[in-house]
Design a protein around this ligand. Structure first.
Ligand SMILES: [Zn+2]
Length: 275
């Protein structure tokens, strides 16, 4: 009972269908695609690339895997090395297509693997790693902290349009609810959200949502200011451009004095240590 294989626009480009046994053996692994188009759906499990199998699995699960999405439940330390091997092979092809001699140019030798490792372990790490452990402490005693807390977090991110660096800071404001988290956790959460392919608008939203999730707070403000490589290194080549985004929730949005206090605190922080 062979089910007719449903062509998948991502997985079955004309190029990938050419991959029959021994024609293009990747990294010594078994070739998976049966010749011809009559491939059963089970063929997904025989994918020669783990990356293809995981993408098919996420699609079947209805799991979104955009550049800014965390997919850590599908990637673990065990299979990450294989994904890095597969990305290395793909980056080699990109360098070849760019007509860069990676065999005799000593500086391009090994670049494909450096890129693959950098994407998985550094600049997109927040996609593949589960969120930071943010143990919450109760804030429900007689003398509980009721004021506003504002934390400035250094951010390094990457735009999902051009894969150019985004560098800046997030100011995270919160009026503590019943739970508090350690000060460094705000920054760890912000960096975990940033280490992906993002848009700055999305990034501010992601940080606000994750802070609300781990603290149960409903009054949260996030202000992000960043410079974008895609505006500085290319395109408009604007060297002093700055992008600001603000997400306000609860009292930060609805109460003018809370909102003012948040932005006054940001100004105080910037006076204290310009950024
Ligand atoms: Zn961009």
């Amino acid at each position: 009972m062979t089910e007719k294989f449903k062509p998948d626009p991502i997985m079955n480009t004309p190029d990938s269908r050419k991959f029959v046994k021994n024609e293009f053996p990747p990294l010594g692994k078994e070739v998976y695609v049966k010749a011809g188009d009559d491939m059963s759906d089970k063929g997904y499990e025989e994918e020669k690339y783990l990356g293809n199998y995981l993408r098919a699995k996420m699609k079947r699960d209805g799991k979104r895997f955009w550049a800014g999405d965390n997919i850590s439940e599908y990637v673990n330390d065990h299979n990450k090395e294989q994904l890095i091997d597969e990305a290395t092979e793909a980056f080699e092809l990109v360098l070849d297509r760019l007509l860069i001699d990676r065999e005799t140019d000593p500086n391009s030798h090994g670049t494909a693997r450096r890129l693959a490792k950098m994407y998985f372990n550094e600049i997109m790490e927040g996609r593949y790693e589960p969120g930071p452990d943010a143990t919450a402490f109760p804030n429900d005693s007689q003398d509980r902290y009721e004021g506003m807390l504002v934390v400035r977090s250094e951010l390094r991110s990457m735009c999902s349009h051009h894969h150019q660096p985004v560098s800046g800071v997030a100011y995270i404001g919160i009026i503590a609810a019943q739970k508090l988290i350690g000060l460094s956790k705000y920054t760890r959460i912000a960096q975990w959200c940033a280490r992906r392919g993002t848009l700055q608008e999305e990034l501010a939203n992601d940080i606000a949502r994750e802070i609300m999730r781990v603290t149960d707070a409903t009054d949260v403000g996030v202000y992000v200011q960043a410079v974008h490589g895609c505006c500085e290194n290319r395109g408009i080549m604007a060297h002093s451009s700055l992008t600001q985004t603000t997400v306000l929730k609860g009292a930060f949005k609805d109460d003018q004095s809370t909102k003012k206090e948040f932005f006054d605190n940001i100004k105080l922080q910037q006076d204290f240590a310009p950024r």
